[in-house]
Design a binder for this molecule. Structure first.
Ligand SMILES: Cc1cc2nc3c(=O)[nH]c(=O)nc-3n(C[C@H](O)[C@H](O)[C@H](O)COP(=O)(O)OP(=O)(O)OC[C@H]3O[C@@H](n4cnc5c(N)ncnc54)[C@H](O)[C@@H]3O)c2cc1C
Length: 486
């Protein structure tokens, strides 16, 4: 048993690390001097200004430069990257040249079918996902993978996220998400894009109904205007803004977010002030769970599919659900924290977990309940029922696969407390397929574009598809950059 659990944990750690690939990165606290804006007269002019330097913004900036535009990109943090840099760096795609090179066969139709299989896990709001948008991303993905490669990223052999899925996730050879955004930032600079760090866009400048630039604030609080023929909002979502979360996705407002700290919905405020139309049914890019910041072993452990209970000690889900539907179950049931219960695991994870107060242990169910605060009767009933179903080889309560119903019978019992966790938002402004922002009358707002998490709602019902967010960011950025440069 011990060996089986340890092996499972090892596999899960790899999965988690591939998803949370860049988390160990320590971004700089100050931007290099030459990338903090210096506009003595408080004004700059360019063809295209991009707000936000994640994957969507960098792709947009490069694409606009490739199409002959002079480009300025403003980023509020002392570094480019956003959530994209923190991500595992996997972009989905079918019929890409990288898959062809590696002999992997998956058609666009296969990928589209998988996308909808995933959506079926949770009920979708009326009209979501929008089939045309989903197909657009799938059709454009091969060109986007090529675009990223042409801008300095080498892809390794695509891989599957879950064993049963196809080898469709394109990861850079090194560095997770930072292995995408680092080379793209370098490429943007080589192509003449001026990147201004620690520069926060605060409002759009409008003239005669068209957007003609932005106002921004530098790190000293000085306001500058960047005049431009077009503005591309690539600010990411609002996962780090408690008020916007409470307003737009109340079910998720207290959940822990591992997204970029700059993702506080600035783009929402800027677009709203100009009368942009927003999707109404915002939702969350959910993650499985998170235990402790910076502990890959504990976070790997939190992804194992043992017995999950509420803080009271009651089982509530098929623990082997993919992470996005699992997140939806947690959100629907109002669960902010829960326990993963196990009887044997890697000592390496348990010891620091006990020290950090997130792993509890007991030599009996009663002792474990006393240590963790669970209700002893409920926990006893839960474990006995779980063990009985495991013995029977059929999970009559939540339909988990029989081979994953491992009874809890081996000596000391442990409970790891984990947080319901999200990594971004689904929402944003309505746009055309060229990513031009629409107003409430359904007309384009001339000069204004939105990309990435700022405009990702039509692609999903309520279930996130692994590798889709980065693909959406890069593809919508690439499209908007080219359109804005014209
Ligand atoms: C831990 C983690 C793992 C993930 N793993 C994957 C994965 O493997 N595959 C996948 O497809 N997706 C993954 N995702 C989701 C994906 O990374 C994001 O949805 C995607 O990167 C969003 O890209 P973006 O460019 O729209 O936003 P971001 O990358 O977040 O960039 C937005 C940028 O805008 C900046 N900004 C915000 N406001 C302003 C302002 N007013 N002025 C100037 N700058 C501003 C922010 O600081 C930020 O740098 C993951 C997310 C996280 C957090």
């Amino acid at each position: 048993m011990f060996r089986k659990n340890s092996f499972l944990l090892f596999i899960v750690c790899i999965l988690v690390l591939s998803l949370l690939g860049g988390c160990a990165q320590q971004p700089p606290e100050e931007a290099p001097e030459d990338q903090v804006q210096e506009a003595a007269d408080g004004e700059k002019s360019t063809d295209v200004v991009v707000v936000g330097g994640g994957l969507a913004g960098l792709s947009a900036a490069i694409s606009a430069a490739d199409n002959g535009a002079k480009v300025i990109l403003v980023e509020k943090m002392p570094f480019t990257g956003g959530s994209s840099m923190l991500s595992g760096g996997g972009l989905l795609g079918a019929e890409t040249h990288v898959q062809e090179r590696e002999g992997i066969v998956e058609t666009k139709d296969d990928l589209e079918a998988y996308w909808y299989e995933q959506q079926a896990y949770s009920s979708s709001p009326e009209g979501f996902p929008d089939k045309e948008w989903v197909r657009m991303i799938i059709d454009e993905a091969p060109s986007t993978i090529k675009f990223i490669e042409d801008n300095g990223v080498e892809f390794r052999r695509p891989s599957a996220f879950y064993p049963e899925t196809k080898d469709r996730l394109h990861f850079p050879v090194e560095g997770g998400g930072a292995g995408l955004t680092g080379p793209l930032a370098d490429s943007a600079k080589e192509k003449g894009v001026e990147i201004l760090l620690q520069t926060t866009a605060t409002e759009l400048i409008e003239k005669d109904g068209s957007v003609v630039g932005i106002k921004a604030e530098d790190k000293n609080g000085k306001t500058i205007a960047v005049n431009a023929k077009a503005v591309i909002l690539a600010n990411g979502g609002f996962a780090q803004n408690k008020d916007l979360m409470a307003h737009r996705v109340p079910a998720a407002q207290t959940h822990y977010s591992v997204s970029g700290k700059g993702n506080v919905g600035d783009g929402y405020k800027m677009a709203e002030a100009l009368g942009a139309d927003f999707y109404e049914e915002d939702w969350i890019i959910g993650l499985r769970a998170y235990a402790v910041e910076g502990s890959s072993e504990l976070n790997g452990l939190s992804w194992t599919t043992g017995l999950y209970t509420t803080l009271e000690g009651e089982r509530f889900v098929n623990e082997n659900y993919p992470y996005s539907p699992l997140y939806n179950t947690l959100a629907d049931k109002g669960i902010e924290e829960y326990f993963l219960i196990f009887d044997q695991t890697m000592e390496g994870a348990v010891t620091p977990g006990i020290e950090q107060g997130v792993v509890f242990k007991g030599e009996s169910i009663e002792e474990l309940a006393a240590a963790s605060g669970m209700n002893p009767e409920k926990l006893k009933a839960t474990i006995e029922r779980y063990n009985a179903l495991a013995k029977k080889g059929k999970d009559e309560d939540f339909n988990k696969e029989p081979e994953l119903m491992v009874p809890l019978t081996e000596g000391t019992l442990y409970a790891l407390k984990v947080k319901t966790t999200q990594m971004g938002t689904m929402g944003g402004v309505m746009t055309t397929k060229l990513m031009e922002v629409l107003n409430q009358s359904g007309q384009t707002i001339p000069g204004l574009y939105a990309v990435g998490e700022m405009a990702n709602r039509p692609f999903y019902g309520r279930v996130y598809v692994s590798g889709s967010a980065l693909q959406i960011a890069a593809t919508t950025g690439r499209i908007a950059g080219a359109a804005a440069a014209k």
